[in-house]
Structure formats: structure tokens, C-alpha cells
Design a protein around this ligand. Structure first.
Ligand code: SF4
Length: 463
């Protein structure tokens, strides 16, 4: 989890930034246009309220979901952590004699390292989301974005990869490459015994799972094989179909700038007599993996997250360093909060610092998660537990003491401003920041100009 080292390398990678800027333009501009069509603030507030309602009574809604899903032929299983997900899925595979499992995108399967566990159990996992497929055939690379996993790859890189792996003449058009991947995947769709999907939402009143996709692979994964396994977090449950309708007004708009995704599936129960497709066996693996510990605490709002990625797309840090720098499954601002909570704050010490606290993420979050506040809380915990470098702790302790002594703060601030002006040598930029030189390793620092805030404030009060 060495964010600093990875981020430094990524920040110097101009090619990566060019790829990220294309995606940024697409998603940010798309969202801006799509949300202009709705009463954004009212929809965000309604979505926040729905998610808060679910999280406040999570146990009740999960029990209701279990009852309804079981009534319709599904089986609900519970997993405490990644190891239990792997154990449950491989047991199901063994029970049903599964040799090949096709997968639709599931972040929890990434959290658990499910593909490796399936392979170890003799089951061939095949990713069918195009981005995930590209990463899998490129040596099980990890995703760099939660909804566009291969965002860090160019068309040319994918063309070269397909030529090498598929052994077919190189294609140059995206449409041709997609068709080629579809042909390869079609055989897997038709020969797999098990489909594994995530779930965007679980609807308690009907025991259904809602899937939002753009490629149609989700529908094939969930309806063609005889066994379907849904692996998703416990916090994904919502009470009613009406709540789902509200959330679907904001999810695709926030994620890809679409009014509605190309495919929206609401899957309920196993195949019934007369149905033309659908699984004979349906399992829901509902996962904790650190989520339940967040209930009732400062970080409970994080359980509202609907994994839309708007916070990533709008984050100046993510736009510069991309997703791999964050070192685990979740990148961007949501990852800077979730990763320390899930893997331990001591294992991700740089991540709460991986933000400028500009609040673009908080402003666009469709369920109003106060991401900068949560990062600030994590920073507080790091300080309390002595996880930050001694120099930083000393500096902040000194600043904290001064801030509580206004008579000393004013002359100290004047002295500090004079020192910074001296470092700038009369110019408006500081090339090496004396006591904190790391700040200016890759950029300069603006020198203070004109009067201090306190001087301006005193003048205005006088007026
Ligand atoms: S934190 Fe908010 S903006 Fe970020 S992925 Fe979750 S719901 Fe979307």
C-alpha cells in the first residue's frame, strides 16, 4: 500500500495522464449533461434518505430479503470475509460439478481474490465484462477504475494484446475488436456451468437482484448457466422497487452520464416451468468483509455508496495518478476512505492523505457521502495512533498550540509569511520549501502575496 511511491511514478507517466484525461472528459461532461435533466438536489437527497434508511435497519432488510429470495427458490449464504466467499463459491462449484465459471463484473470478487481460488479448485474463471476480460488475458492485471477497469489501456495496446492472445490478424477499429472478443466469449457463455455476478442492488420486498451493465454480458452470465451465484455486500439491500426506481434515476447519470444504462436486469428467483431461460440453482452470497463494523460509527455514511465512480472521475488526484496507485480494489476518494477501513488504517497510511480536500467528490456524490470529512477523520485517527511521520506530527502539534493562542498566532503567522517571501527571493513562486522540501519535489509553491488574512479582516471590521 505504498501510495506515495506508486503515485510518484504514475504522476510522471504522461501517457497515462493522456488516457485518463480522455476518460475524464467523457464521464465528467456526460454526467454534467445527464444530471441537468433532473432536479439533481432533490434526487440526491431522496437517494441519500433511501440509503440511510436501509443502513439504519440493515438487519431487518436483510432478513426480509432472505425470506423473499428463499421463497422464490434462491438460497442466501453469508460470508464474513474474502476467505469465506472463496470457500462458499468453490463448495457450490464442487456440488454442481462446475468446470467453467463465467463472470460479470463484481468488486467483491476482486476483494476476495476469487479467480485464484476458483483456479485452485479446478474451475476455469472467465471474465466477460470487456474491460475485465482484457485485464484477465493480460496476465490477471488488476482494474484501475471501478466501472471502466481497463481505462489505463489504449486502443493500440488492446489491439496488440488481442493479436497475441487470440492469434488472429490485428484489428484496428474498436468495433472490430469488440466483435472479436464477443466471438471468443460466446463459446464460453455457451459452455459454462456457472455464472458469477455482483449486484448493484438487492430488493428486499421481492428478493431480487438488480444489475446495471452496458455490454449485455451480465444478462448472459445470469441466465445461461444452470447455476447463478450473486456475490455482493450486505449494504446493497434496499427496501422496495420504488426505491430502486429513484436510485436508478441517479446511478447511470452519475456513473457514465447515461439516462439509463444499455442493460438493466432485475433477476428474481430460479427458472420456473415454462421459462425459456434462467438458472436452475440461485445462490446469494452476502458479504460483510468489514462493512458491519462501520455501522453506528463515524464512517457509517460510507455504507451509502452505490459504486458509481463519480468521485473518481472528478478527483484531481485520481485524474493524475490513475487507479493502480491506490494499491487495492477501490481507487479515488471512495478508495481513500474504504481501503483503510477494510484493510486497516496502518496498512494504508498514505491513502487518507491522497486528496486535496477540494470537495469535488463530496459535491458530486449522488448519495451525499461527505468524503473529505471522512478523510479528515481518518487523518485524525492516524495522528492519534502515531502513524504519521514525527516531523509532521510535531509541526501540526505546534500549529495546533499556536491556533489556540491567538495573541501568539498573529505574530507567528506574520513571521511565517516573511519567511516564505524570503524563500521566494522576491518572486511569486517558491522552488524549494525550506522545512517541507517534499512539497516542492515535483512542483513549485505559491509565495504569499499582499496582506495576511488577519490584516484584511481587521481592516474590513474597521470599515
Ligand atoms: S462515494 Fe459517492 S461518488 Fe464515490 S462511488 Fe460511492 S456513491 Fe459514487
Amino acid at each position: 500500500m505504498h501510495f506515495r511511491a506508486r503515485a510518484s511514478a504514475a504522476a510522471a507517466d504522461r501517457a497515462l495522464q493522456a488516457k485518463l484525461s480522455t476518460a475524464k472528459a467523457l464521464f465528467v461532461e456526460g454526467r454534467r449533461r445527464a444530471v441537468a435533466e433532473i432536479d439533481l438536489e432533490a434526487t440526491r437527497e431522496a437517494s441519500r434518505a433511501i440509503r440511510d434508511t436501509c443502513v439504519a435497519d440493515l438487519d431487518l432488510w436483510l432478513e426480509r430479503f432472505e425470506t423473499e429470495a428463499t421463497r422464490r427458490g434462491g438460497q442466501v449464504l453469508w460470508a464474513r470475509d474474502g476467505a469465506e466467499i472463496c470457500r462458499l463459491v468453490t463448495e457450490i462449484a464442487r456440488r454442481h460439478g462446475v468446470k467453467k465459471a463465467i463472470k460479470s463484473k463484481s468488486m467483491l470478487s476482486e476483494e476476495a481474490g476469487l479467480n485464484a481460488a476458483l483456479e485452485a479448485a479446478g474451475v476455469v474463471p472467465v471474465e466477460t465484462d470487456l474491460g475485465e476480460y482484457i485485464l484477465q488475458i493480460n496476465g490477471n492485471e488488476t482494474p484501475s477504475h471501478i466501472i471502466a477497469p481497463a481505462i489505463h489501456k489504449t486502443k493500440e495496446e488492446v489491439a496488440e494484446l488481442f493479436e497475441r492472445v487470440h492469434g488472429k490478424p490485428r484489428k484496428t477499429e474498436i468495433g472490430q475488436m469488440t466483435r472479436e472478443a464477443r466471438e471468443v466469449l460466446r463459446e464460453h457463455f455457451l459452455s459454462a456451468d456457472m455464472g458469477i455476478s455482483g449486484g448493484n442492488f438487492l430488493v428486499a420486498e421481492t428478493g431480487s437482484v438488480a444489475l446495471v451493465t452496458n455490454e449485455g454480458n451480465g444478462r448472459m452470465v445470469t441466465t445461461l448457466p444452470r447455476v447463478h451465484v450473486v456475490v455482493t455486500g450486505v449494504e446493497k439491500v434496499i427496501p422496495t422497487l420504488e426505491d430502486l426506481a429513484t436510485l436508478m434515476r441517479i446511478l447511470p447519470r452519475s456513473a457514465t452520464g447515461q439516462v439509463i444504462s444499455n442493460y438493466f436486469s432485475l433477476l428474481t428467483g430460479t427458472r420456473r416451468p415454462g421459462d425459456s431461460d434462467g438458472p436452475e440453482h440461485l445462490y446469494f452470497i452476502l458479504v460483510d468483509n468489514g462493512r458491519v463494523d462501520l455501522l453506528g460509527g463515524d464512517f457509517q455514511p460510507m455504507l451509502r455508496c452505490i459504486r458509481c465512480a463519480a468521485c473518481l472521475n472528478h478527483c484531481p488526484v485520481y485524474q493524475t495518478v490513475g487507479g493502480h496507485a491506490y494499491g487495492w480494489v477501490y481507487p479515488g476518494p471512495m478508495g481513500s476512505v474504504l481501503t483503510p477501513l477494510f484493510v486497516g488504517i496502518e496498512n494504508a497510511v498514505d491513502l487518507p492523505q491522497a486528496a486535496t480536500l477540494c470537495n469535488q467528490c463530496g459535491a458530486v456524490c449522488p448519495v451525499k457521502i461527505p468524503l473529505p470529512d471522512l478523510m479528515r477523520k481518518l487523518r485524525e485517527q492516524q495522528m492519534e495512533r502515531g502513524l504519521r511521520p514525527p516531523g509532521e506530527r510535531l509541526l501540526l502539534a505546534l500549529w495546533g498550540w499556536l491556533a489556540r493562542h491567538p495573541r501568539l498566532y498573529a505574530p507567528a503567522a506574520r513571521l511565517g509569511a516573511r519567511y516564505l517571501k524570503w524563500l521566494a527571493g522576491g518572486g511569486d513562486r517558491i522552488r524549494v520549501l525550506g522545512l517541507a522540501p517534499a512539497w516542492t519535489e515535483g512542483r513549485d509553491f505559491p509565495a504569499p502575496q499582499g496582506r495576511t488574512f488577519r490584516e484584511l479582516y481587521a481592516k474590513r471590521q474597521g470599515q
